[in-house]
Design a protein around this ligand. Structure first.
Ligand code: BGC
Length: 260
């Protein structure tokens, strides 16, 4: 089955690198016009836009800090001005923060993770829903993590933000469903991107990580992007309010593959 998004207007946050970039390119390849949100590295955002243009698609780089309501509102205004509205929002922008047990980190660092990962997603969803609800169509896909469910020592802000995003997804889905709008989440496992490069570029740490994945390997951004493309398309028209886990089995308590 070929997924078609021709004519759809999409916005992907944090689209200048990693999973966000792969999703933006995949949506563009399926025919969507894609807003490439970024906060740092404008050149990378231009490259993503260029890659989509080279496939014959349309892309628009958009600078905004998703945790800032005024910047988010301006960004949605730019999309509207360019394309007249929005059909697909992918809330992908996220940071994992500094590794520290809950008693050792700073409140400022903890708060920043929540502001980007959770409040940022809420602010973007709010702007999107204000447009999607009246037009009675649209999809919001929130990129969470296996750490929506799996605790992770040293990353309490990250896990709390992703669990919160999971529940935000369900509640917004309940609110939006009567208006013909879907809200759902995709939870990646360990995907090989810059966010976890320190782990996968070290052989011992990489082997330890791979032992936590029943399929025995890290995921690639394109593997997440493929599922994201399906979920925002009409192929998933009956899917809302749930999290689709794409993790090579990481959430399956792999320690129980042996013994017990
Ligand atoms: C994190 C990665 C990590 C993966 C699996 C993701 O949410 O961003 O750094 O490798 O979860 O633990």
């Amino acid at each position: 089955m070929e997924i078609q998004l021709t004519g759809r207007r999409a916005l992907v946050t944090g689209a200048n690198s990693g999973i966000g970039r792969a999703i933006a390119v995949a949506l563009g390849a399926a025919g969507a016009r894609v807003g490439i949100n970024y906060l740092v590295d404008p050149q990378a955002a231009q490259q993503v836009a260029g890659a989509i243009g080279a496939q014959g698609g349309a892309a628009l780089p958009l600078l905004a800090d998703v945790s800032d309501a005024a910047q988010v509102s301006r960004m949605f205004g730019e999309v509207e001005q360019a394309w007249g509205g929005i059909d697909i929002l992918v809330n992908n922008a996220g940071i994992d923060g500094e590794r520290a047990p809950g008693w050792a980190g700073t409140p400022e660092a903890w708060r920043r993770v929540l502001e980007v990962n959770l409040i940022g997603a809420y602010l973007c969803a709010r702007e999107a829903l204000r447009r999607m609800v009246p037009q009675r169509s649209g999809v919001i896909l929130n990129i969470t993590s296996v750490h929506e469910r799996i605790p992770w020592s040293g990353y309490s802000a990250y896990t709390a933000s992703k669990a919160g995003l999971g529940m935000l997804t369900q509640t917004l889905a309940q609110e939006a469903a009567p208006h013909g709008v879907r809200v759902l989440a995709l939870a990646p496992g360990a995907v090989q991107t810059a966010i976890n490069q320190a782990v996968w570029s070290d052989p011992a740490q990489r082997a330890d990580l791979e032992r936590k994945i029943p399929l025995g390997r890290l995921g690639q951004p394109e593997e997440i992007a493929r599922m994201a493309t399906v979920l925002v398309s009409d192929a998933a028209a009956y899917v809302t309010g749930t999290t689709v886990v794409v993790d090579g089995g990481m959430a399956l308590y792999p320690a129980f593959m042996h013994g017990g």
